[in-house]
Design a protein around this ligand. Structure first.
Ligand SMILES: *[C@@H]1O[C@H](CO)[C@@H](O)[C@H](O)[C@H]1NC(C)=O
Ligand SMILES: *[C@@H]1O[C@H](CO)[C@@H](O)[C@H](O)[C@H]1NC(C)=O
Ligand SMILES: *[C@@H]1O[C@H](CO)[C@@H](O)[C@H](O)[C@H]1NC(C)=O
Length: 617
């Protein structure tokens, strides 16, 4: 009886602990997909997966929701906070407006990594950074191990830690930033990314992530952020956030899988703008993309969503949609639709085991197709100026659209060592004014490059007055590399990483320019090939002639056998006379059979002797 009681107590205790861990688990992980149709038939899909793990448990190697593979790497490299980005394409802020997450979850084209490492000295930090990049390179199947000294900088003004670091001191924490603009982000980076999720992409919103659709997007960014958070009066937690943002083209996504190549539609299917004055049955001005605004989830992602992840917090709706209130939205059964108070977003609560599908029919009201995008705080564009193979320039156009607020930001460039910038040529001027304006640049941090050892680091704190455009320009000189330092595709050019713009006021906002392609003076790599071909030809000619001279026999013309028509005639005559003779002899009797061949033999012997004689002479 007592045993039974203790057993019941034990099972009750274990059951309640299970229950409490389950409820803790629910609050510690959540995932959400936000769909936001954008102008010009674009659709922004933001996937967010976030989990908390108590820091003391993490340090005791009890990783819970934290992916073990990544956790061990971070512990081994003494990483306090980590941010990793894989991006592709260009965010078109003129059409799409402000960036998702205020630009905090995106990187420049290629791969970007920055981390706060705990180390006593710079050398130790470099060593840990090397360990970290090499381990992450293996984990994400990316060439992160190519982030060497020349591609690593230590930003001074641009990055601030996002997490809480109560024990952090400037002396033992080092911020390192590395960038690989040339890296092509592809499916092999998505698979390890999905493996880090608690549901491994088998349930929940992650089932919508398909490499074919993700890497067909107009713009996409995958981000991993690890940071400690210490809420007041509670235990510190380590938070890992995985984010995928992509802008899909609705028309292109609706293309069936069997027809992957976009082809122009036939003439009679082309949507025409009938309001143009010259519109006629035989003239068509194609309309903007606004026509095809109806879509379903399975058309866009190629599949429906498979239930929800059982570990996710049920209080957080897994899918939300931002469309004007007037647009009708249909969804599959077993889904609860909740309209938010802001009247633009509605969220869907989904049963764990149902397939989720939403259908957006074409809107009745053409003016309310999408929610108007928010204007960003700043527009930035960067390009090369100048011409020739020796010198060049960089021009960044920064436009502040706000009519009354000044924008202050830090502009950071990490340039490769072979672009040697002339800092004295750096200037900022407001559009419409020819003189440079010294009050625009407030502070400059410059760390010059060292050939083959480190790149240039340039950080400029500057401001752009309201409703104006500022041109920031500087000149640089191009180096000539050593022969072996050129990549196999040297004539393609060298990628220059995106400039990072961190807005300090009026609000925190980040943006990146596009990366640039710099063409360096490139030697003519066909030269060695030409030399090889030329020498081979010369050798072949010389050897052929020599061989011919050594082997050929020379005979004087009159000593050799007669050739030509005369000789042939003579021969035929000989044969004919022999035949006649034979026939005569056949009639008179077989005196000699061999006589017919004798003159021939004699003749050959004669020629052989005459050649030998000629050679002796
Ligand atoms: C994790 O912890 C933070 C800070 O306490 C909290 O805001 C958040 O809701 C928690 N859960 C998740 C899933 O992020
Ligand atoms: C900071 O240090 C205190 C005392 O050494 C420790 O209890 C706490 O966990 C540390 N916090 C972090 C975030 O490392
Ligand atoms: C058609 O052309 C008119 C006049 O140029 C323009 O205002 C309108 O926006 C166009 N409509 C579409 C759907 O492209």
């Amino acid at each position: 009886m007592r045993q039974l009681f203790s057993f019941a107590l034990l099972s009750f205790v274990s059951f309640s602990s299970l229950l409490s861990s389950a409820s803790a688990a629910a609050a510690d992980y959540h995932e959400q997909l936000v769909l936001r149709p954008l102008p010009l038939s674009a659709l922004l899909a933001s996937f967010n997966f976030r989990s908390n793990t108590s820091l003391s448990e993490f340090e005791a190697h009890n990783f819970r929701f934290f992916p073990r593979s990544l956790g061990q790497i971070l512990q081994h490299a003494g990483t306090q906070e980590l941010h990793l980005r894989f991006s592709l394409g260009r965010w078109d802020s003129e059409s799409w407006g402000a960036r998702p997450w205020g630009g905090a979850r995106e990187g420049g084209t290629g791969v970007e990594l920055w981390a706060w490492l705990q180390a006593a000295t710079d050398e130790e930090a470099d060593h840990k950074w090397l360990t970290l990049t090499n381990a992450l390179s293996g984990l994400f199947c990316a060439s992160l191990n190519f982030i060497d000294g020349t591609r690593t900088t230590r930003p001074v003004m641009s990055f601030q830690p996002e997490g809480d670091h109560p024990n952090m001191t400037a002396a033992d924490t080092h911020l390192l930033y590395g960038v690989l603009p040339h890296e092509v982000v592809c499916t092999e980076n998505l698979t390890p990314f999905l493996k880090l999720l608690p549901c491994k992409g088998k349930a929940g919103i992650a089932t919508l992530l398909d490499g074919h659709k993700l890497f067909d997007a107009s713009w996409q960014s995958m981000a991993i952020d690890v940071k400690p958070i210490c809420p007041p009066g509670a235990e510190c937690v380590l938070q890992i956030e995985l984010t995928i943002d992509m802008v899909l083209d609705i028309d292109r996504s609706k293309r069936p899988r069997g027809n992957p190549i976009p082809r122009p539609p036939p003439g009679h299917e082309l949507p025409c703008n009938t309001s143009k004055s010259y519109h006629a049955p035989d003239t068509c001005f194609p309309t903007d993309h606004q026509a095809n605004q109806d879509w379903t989830l399975s058309q866009i992602f190629g599949r429906t969503m498979k239930g929800t992840c059982p570990l996710t917090d049920p209080a957080v709706p897994p899918v939300c949609l931002h469309v004007p209130d007037s647009r009708s939205v249909f969804h599959s059964d077993g889904v609860l639709e909740k309209k938010n108070l802001d009247r633009v977003s509605r969220c869907f609560e989904i049963q764990p085991d149902v397939d989720f599908e939403i259908v957006l029919p074409a809107p009745e009201d053409e003016s309310a197709v999408v929610v108007k995008p928010v204007t960003p705080l700043l527009y930035a564009e960067r390009s090369f100026t100048g011409h020739g193979q020796e010198r060049g320039g960089v021009q960044t156009i920064l436009h502040n659209p706000s009519p009354d607020t000044e924008v202050e930001f830090v502009y950071m460039e990490s340039l490769p060592w072979f672009m040697r910038i002339y800092l004295h040529t750096m200037s900022a001027r407001i559009q419409g004014q020819t003189a440079k304006d010294d009050s625009l640049i407030k502070e400059v941090y410059y760390r010059p490059a060292v050939d083959r050892a480190r790149g240039t680091q340039l950080e400029v704190r500057m401001r752009v007055p309201p409703a104006s455009t500022v041109f920031l320009t500087y000149d640089f000189e191009k180096s000539i590399l050593r022969y072996t330092e050129y990549p196999p595709d040297a004539n393609r050019g060298f990628d220059v990483a995106a400039a990072v713009i961190t807005i300090l006021s009026p609000a925190a906002y980040n943006l990146r320019t596009t990366s640039l392609l710099c063409s360096l003076p490139t030697p003519d790599f066909s030269m060695p090939y030409n030399v090889i071909i030329f020498t081979s030809t010369a050798i072949a000619l010389a050897f052929g002639g020599m061989f011919n001279i050594l082997v050929r026999r020379f005979v004087a013309a009159d000593e050799g056998p007669e050739v030509g028509l005369a000789a042939l005639k003579k021969r035929i005559q000989g044969r004919v006379s022999l035949l006649v003779e034979k026939l005569k002899k056949g009639k008179t009797g077989n005196a000699s059979d061999e006589s017919g061949t004798k003159p021939d033999k004699l003749e050959t012997v004669d020629t052989a002797q005459s050649i030998e004689g000629a050679l002796k002479e």
